[in-house]
Design a protein around this ligand. Structure first.
Ligand SMILES: [Zn+2]
Length: 135
């Protein structure tokens, strides 16, 4: 299943370095005590940038919603259709969301509400991405 190969920038390099070490590291804002994903230069909740630090999270979540892509517009994914697109909420802060294809779960069979855990897939030599798998 061809996926985007991430290109890290200044804000996201610590995140991708951690993913390559099979760890999930999110930004934490000390001003409003929120986790944030994806990495950004400032906090998306309170807009401050001077109190962002990195915090390792457990990588456990739940499926909040899911659809099956049957007629997508992403050329590189057309051969994969139908495929899952699920929204995962992070247990440590359910306001943090991730999109997932749920490898191992067949299309149309996504158990909405089920627990998931982070997993890592190699998309290029030495480059991992985070994914989510039903537990
Ligand atoms: Zn904040």
């Amino acid at each position: 299943m061809p996926k985007l190969i991430p290109v890290a920038d200044e804000s996201s390099k610590p995140f991708w370095d951690a993913v390559n070490a099979k760890r999930l590291l999110l930004q934490h804002c000390g001003a409003c005590n929120k986790l944030q994903y994806p990495p950004q230069a400032t906090c998306q909740k309170c807009n401050k940038g001077d109190q962002l630090t990195w915090k390792e999270v457990q990588g456990k979540g739940h499926i909040a919603a899911a659809i099956t892509i049957e007629d997508g517009r992403l050329n590189r994914r057309m051969a994969d259709m139908p495929y899952n697109l699920a929204m995962v909420t992070l247990d440590e802060d359910p306001s943090v969301n991730f999109y997932a294809n749920l490898p191992g779960t067949p299309p149309y069979k996504v158990p909405v509400g089920a627990a998931v855990e982070v997993t890592f897939e190699e998309v290029a030599p030495g480059q991992l991405i985070h994914e989510w798998r039903v537990v």
